[in-house]
Write a protein that binds this ligand. Structure first.
Ligand code: BGC
Length: 737
């Protein structure tokens, strides 16, 4: 049977649904139509993930639902609240159109999975698809059929707090994860009870905020927008996403929420997007603050006419669209189009036929909770990145050595990451408990906090240094807390907070081997005692199974196989820092001595401290025997590329072989390297395996001078290697047509 991504509706079913929708549209008043375009947080429930906005009373909201003035509710109303609201919509409103319940299901619901940036570090889109599927099963069992995810914004400035919600800096990785997550949330058929409508967000360019400051201005060339920021959205839509969220930010003077070129030009005309556009939270009203609309009426008109179909939370559409339609300033056809899009999606979700699915009382979870915990542990352990491991300090011994676990993250706080807005999340296990359970004797572990996340504690450093002196090995658990990344959580400095840096430096001076466990929602600039540690593991926010997953890696039950989806710079001042940069006319080449009048800083080299794609395992892997099928790729042909990977260690290796290309010259300058493929492979000790890639002309596409997709013949370099700055190098020529 053919898999169908966005609902297995047959042609006959579709035309019946269409007929039903047209008949409804024919009977709806203008106000009822606008109701289908108006989405709200539930009244009477604390808004936890957003600023407080004008909220109605519960009675008023229920009255509005009965009057057909609400299309759906989002975040946190609970099962009972959802059922009451749905009853009001279906049984008491004139036309009985069901509500849709949405939520920010970003990295799990009851089971908390690693934050999306962490999962991207697994370089396993299939894993992200599975965690998205599990999240959808859990959330749909609670009546949510719509998620405001995946976030597919490319993030190249580590100061930006929301990078934690996406897949990092790279377009190719971003596209793979965007599509995988949509497939995971939506499943094979949108009408199934456990399918959730996916919403790639934030359209568009939100990650390019100036200075990494959330909500800030974006000024991007159309070329970079099309080449870097839009492709993951395209992949998400191609994978079947039927809603998309317009972003808060402006691009070059046009707020995205009212950007007709994007919302109508790109989405509808170029990409033939069939779903609906939902605004970000009050983003239509924010057109006034942007200085793009004089008042609410103008804001509603501009957002709606540009292509934002559904208004989230501001209530502006309900307030002004009926009048705008009556005045002829908004054509009725535009209103009907938007309503049709929303109703079609509701029909695809099966809401008309089974509005109460997932909303009935239940005795226990309707999903396999233990299996989801096992998946959370698998995902978490596979998201961890080993940056360095001098003298093979890791894995740690289970006996015979005393360990001092130092730092503010040994317990169960700050494991979940930014989107912890739902009640009843599975209780997590922290590092201390998990480590202790692995040791021959629990007394081998001493735990000292040493410092708070952002402030010293009296006597903390002295106690930590004493514990370090008394131990054989120090495990330093330091980094950022959950409040340091996510929405509205940009940092001007991406270093370890000073109190913890002081702790790390003092502990390092005790002279014991140090393993750093970084907790982080972004790339960090590592300094002093952290940078100099013998071993460093990037552990992000790993969710419910943080402790067991970290212990799995620390004690060698799991070989670390994550790779960085973001570059770690040398110094904080280098951000925005990403591997796929342009060359400039005066490049300072990495292997050349520093020269004046070259593109370099006086006080730092240009190379990353840890490049994109980097990560080690407990075995060594050698790359050799790079074979490129031919030095020439025919215009309509393809090119096979093969390299041999050999495990020279004594443990199993898991390697992510990465294929990069770089055009030597083109009519538009090209980045030094661009990722075009990767393969994650297991290699038994002492054995070799071949990895194969195929390139074709489409992989060499860029946005040309005319702003259209372009391919040019000519010479290209290619690399197959373990990161964006290493690898075996070869070249080929794309032969003209
Ligand atoms: C965020 C969105 C989120 C929405 C609803 C906004 O502030 O930017 O990502 O989906 O709130 O919670």
């Amino acid at each position: 049977m053919l898999a169908c991504m966005a609902g297995c509706t047959t042609g006959v079913q579709q035309s019946m649904a269409d007929a039903r929708i047209e008949s409804l549209i024919g009977r709806m008043t203008v106000e009822e139509k606008v109701g289908q375009l108006s989405l709200y947080a539930p009244a009477g429930v604390d808004i936890v993930a957003n600023p407080q906005a004008a909220q109605q009373s519960i009675d008023q909201q229920m009255a509005d639902i009965r009057a057909g003035r609400v299309t759906g509710l989002f975040n946190n109303e609970g099962l009972e609240g959802k059922r009451r609201a749905q009853e009001a919509a279906v049984k008491e409103s004139r036309l009985g159109i069901p509500l849709i319940f949405g939520a920010d299901i970003i990295h799990g619901f009851r089971t908390v999975f690693p934050v999306p940036l962490a999962e991207a570090a697994s370089w396993e889109p299939a894993l992200a698809e599975r965690t998205a599927r599990a999240s959808a099963q859990e959330a749909s069992a609670d009546g949510f059929r719509w998620t405001f995810a995946p976030m597919v914004d490319i993030a190249r400035d580590a100061r930006w707090g929301r990078g934690v919600e996406g897949a990092g800096e790279d377009v190719y990785v971003g596209r793979q994860f965007a599509a995988a997550r949509v497939r995971g949330f939506q499943g094979s058929d949108l009408s199934r009870a456990d399918a959730m409508l996916a919403t790639p967000k934030h359209f568009a360019g939100y990650g390019a905020a100036e200075g990494g400051l959330d909500y800030n201005t974006v000024d991007l060339s159309e070329r970079t927008l099309r080449e870097v920021y839009l492709p993951p959205f395209r992949s998400a839509i191609d994978a079947g996403a039927l809603s998309i969220m317009s972003a808060f930010n402006e691009i070059g003077g046009i707020p995205s929420n009212a950007n007709a070129a994007l919302l109508t030009g790109v989405l509808r005309k170029e990409w033939r997007f069939q779903g609906f556009v939902v605004s970000d939270y009050t983003a239509d009203e924010e057109l006034i603050a942007h200085g793009f609309a004089a008042d609410g009426r103008e804001a509603a008109r501009r957002a709606f006419m540009a292509g934002t179909d559904v208004s989230m939370q501001s209530g502006l559409y309900m307030k002004y669209l009926p009048g705008l339609v009556a005045a002829g300033e908004v054509p009725k056809s535009r209103l009907d189009d938007a309503v049709r899009r929303v109703l079609r999606v509701k029909a695809r979700l099966g809401l008309f036929d089974q509005p109460f699915r997932g909303l009935d009382k239940q005795d226990g979870p309707r999903f396999d909770a233990p299996a989801h915990q096992a998946l959370a542990r698998e995902a978490a352990s596979r998201s961890i990145v080993l940056l360095k491991n001098e003298g093979d300090l890791l894995p740690l011994p289970r006996s015979g050595k005393k360990i001092a676990l130092i730092g503010p993250f040994a317990g169960i706080s700050d494991l979940f990451g930014p989107w912890r807005i739902f009640p009843d999340q599975a209780p997590p296990m922290g590092i201390e408990e998990a480590m202790r359970s692995r040791l021959a004797s629990p007394d081998l572990l001493t735990v000292v906090r040493g410092s708070d996340v952002d402030a010293p504690i009296a006597g903390g450093i002295a106690a930590a240094v004493a514990a370090a002196r008394d131990a054989d090995i120090v495990v330093l658990s330091i980094g950022e807390n959950e409040q340091m990344s996510g929405e509205a959580r940009s940092r001007s400095d991406i270093e370890i907070p000073k109190a913890q840096q002081d702790l790390a430096d003092a502990v390092a001076a005790a002279g014991k081997p140090v393993v750093v466990l970084l907790r982080n929602g972004r790339a960090l600039a590592l300094e002093g005692g952290v940078r100099q540690a013998s071993a460093i593991l990037v552990t992000w926010f790993l969710g419910s199974q943080t402790g067991p997953a970290i212990a799995d890696v620390l004690y060698g039950d799991v070989n670390p196989s994550g790779r960085l989806p973001v570059s770690f710079p040398q110094t904080p001042g280098q951000v925005p820092y990403y591997y796929s940069h342009k060359r400039t006319g005066r490049p300072q080449l990495a292997d050349a001595p520093a020269q004046m009048y070259k593109a370099r800083y006086l006080d730092a080299t240009n190379d990353a401290l840890y490049p994109f794609g980097h990560g080690l395992g407990y075995a060594r892997v050698r790359y050799d025997a790079l074979e490129v099928q031919s030095g020439r790729m025919a215009w309509d042909g393809s090119l096979k590329i093969r390299a041999r990977l050999s495990n020279t260690g004594r443990r199993e290796a898991e390697e992510v072989a990465q294929l990069y290309i770089g055009a030597r010259s083109a009519s538009v300058t090209r980045p030094v390297r661009e990722l075009k493929g990767f393969r994650k492979v297991r290699i038994p000790p002492g054995e070799s395996t071949d990895v194969d890639f195929t390139l074709s002309r489409a992989d060499l596409m860029f946005i040309g001078q005319n702003l259209k997709p372009t391919v040019e013949s000519g010479p290209f370099d290619l690399w197959v290697g373990p990161s964006a700055t290493q690898g075996l190098k070869s070249s080929f020529v794309l032969v003209p047509e």
